[in-house]
Design a protein around this ligand. Structure first.
Ligand SMILES: [Zn+2]
Length: 253
């Protein structure tokens, strides 16, 4: 089994899981690159997994389904043929079992997919968790988003995270704005920029690195609380309050 990606639009990742000629696609926002890849490599599409219902993550589904009418579409909401609710364990095919976590907040339909292979855990997080950041809270349900991120941050530290967009450098710049003295962030900026220059992508990233460098996963950290309080001129009352203020600062960064 291998995990790869196709790029779409300016910064979307369409992740795929492949084993020999079998393919599973995550969040095909565009059909063109996916169908090209399938046809060129003579692949069998076994399933589509959707992390949420934004057009840049599912806009290609209709075209792909007209090409492969029997392909199951997993996700929350009406576009899915196989509707999910979170906390499921699905045998997708003989070589792959997928676990789900409901992660509402960015949208009401957030689902993350966990895949295990050769002792490694991989998670596809859509627009819930980004490298060194998180998605906007379009639902205005900050409690739900905070809970979703808290749940993800409790995964094992060697879990590899595959977000839906390449936002790493901008997110790290924001993380540095919040924590100018954090050496792990400074180190990571250099590493990720180098990776981007060489490979054109900075992902995946381990949860352990995220826990050190993602301010949205560290909202109970004294440094972050003090910094947010200083920047906003307001008292930070709790981890959730810190998260809400951080998200607001990031929206305007
Ligand atoms: Zn989205």
């Amino acid at each position: 089994m291998q995990i790869g990606y196709l790029k779409a639009f300016s910064d979307n990742y369409i992740w795929f899981i492949q084993h020999e000629r079998d393919l599973i696609v995550v969040d095909p926002g565009s059909s063109t690159v996916v169908l090209d890849y399938i046809i060129t490599n003579k692949l069998n599409l076994l399933a589509i997994l959707l992390t949420h219902d934004h057009a840049d993550h599912m806009g290609g589904v209709a075209d792909i389904v007209s090409y492969a009418p029997n392909v199951p579409v997993y996700g929350m909401g009406s576009i899915a043929t196989n509707e999910l609710f979170g906390n499921e364990s699905i045998p997708l095919c003989p070589w792959l079992q997928v676990k789900t976590i409901a992660t509402p907040g960015h949208t009401y339909t957030g689902i993350c997919y966990i895949v295990e292979s050769l002792g490694l855990t991989h998670i596809f997080t859509g627009d819930t968790l980004f490298a060194s950041g998180c998605g906007r809270v379009f639902t205005d349900d900050f409690v739900a988003m905070y809970k979703s991120l808290t749940q993800l941050s409790s995964l094992q530290q060697d879990t590899l995270v595959y977000p839906g967009h390449e936002y790493t450098i901008k997110n790290l710049q924001f993380a540095q704005f919040i924590e100018p003295d954090n050496k792990d962030i400074a180190k990571r900026v250099k590493l990720e920029q180098d990776k981007l220059d060489r490979l054109g992508n900075s992902l995946p990233v381990s949860m352990g690195v995220e826990l050190l460098t993602n301010p949205f996963l560290r909202t109970n950290d004294r440094n972050i609380i003090d910094s947010v309080s200083k920047i906003t001129g307001q008292e930070v009352k709790s981890g959730l309050d810190c998260f809400i203020k951080l998200r607001e600062l990031r929206n305007n960064f």
